[in-house]
Write a protein of this length. Structure first.
Length: 229
């Protein structure tokens, strides 16, 4: 009986290990780009974990908003410029858009059909990595590498800048993002030379919500560490 018990235990342990390996291997078959042509705001969220609060992704046309409720907005695989990286991609929740840039300051994201009209940047699919829990891309206009990932409750951005005396991260706290409503309140406060905190509150737009209903808040807290290549 003792020998049988040991064999059964060994078999159970081996099965458990094999199952764990298989669970990791299937991630290579996930393609986050599926469904991102004419897509909704919440379809493309590679830098996220299942059920997580922070769902990070690039935005190609998020500031265009969703006036009628069904416009394609957010990340479109057919578009080749990025206007920012946003923490939240949920119904009516957009949050704060981050965009690293170099060179002369521009304060508007610009238009898809007008290259150079704002701070948005071209990028190549050859430099883009999108997989479960991680996103990476090179912003061609600025030669900045952007990386995104997340835990259950926190999103992480890492931007690697080239050497420049005009480098910055733009926080867009006034534009509608994705399918969220109009911005009704927003602020960013510098804590010290390298840290800031802020929030954006948007108005609910549908599902029978009334003016007395609360908006959808999004908050950010930065802990900055510079990396220069």
């Amino acid at each position: 009986m003792k020998i049988s018990f040991k064999k059964a235990t060994a078999f159970f342990f081996a099965s458990f290990v094999t199952f764990g390996a298989d669970a990791q291997d299937v991630l290579k078959y996930v393609n986050p780009n599926i469904g991102t042509a004419h897509s909704r705001w919440f379809f493309f969220t590679p830098a996220a974990v299942p059920g997580g609060m922070a769902k990070l992704a690039p935005s190609t046309n998020g500031h265009y908003g969703n006036a009628s409720g069904w416009e394609a907005v957010g990340y479109d695989v057919r578009q080749n410029t990025i206007e920012g990286f946003v923490h939240f991609h949920e119904w009516q929740v957009g949050g704060v858009s981050f965009m690293p840039t170099t060179g002369p300051l521009k304060l508007n994201p610009g238009e898809l059909d007008k290259p150079g009209s704002g701070y948005r940047s071209a990028f190549s699919r050859n430099s883009e990595v999108a997989q479960p829990g991680y996103y990476k891309v090179l912003l061609d206009d600025y030669q900045i590498t952007a990386e995104l990932t997340a835990t259950q409750r926190v999103g992480f951005h890492r931007y690697t800048f080239p050497k420049s005396d005009q480098a910055r991260i733009i926080l867009d706290i006034g534009q509608t993002q994705g399918e969220s409503g109009a911005v009704t309140g927003s602020a960013v406060h510098m804590i010290d030379d390298t840290h800031f905190e802020g929030h954006v509150i948007t108005y609910p737009t549908s599902m029978g919500l009334t003016p007395n209903m609360a908006g959808c808040p999004g908050h950010c807290l930065n802990r900055k560490r510079s990396t220069v290549s």
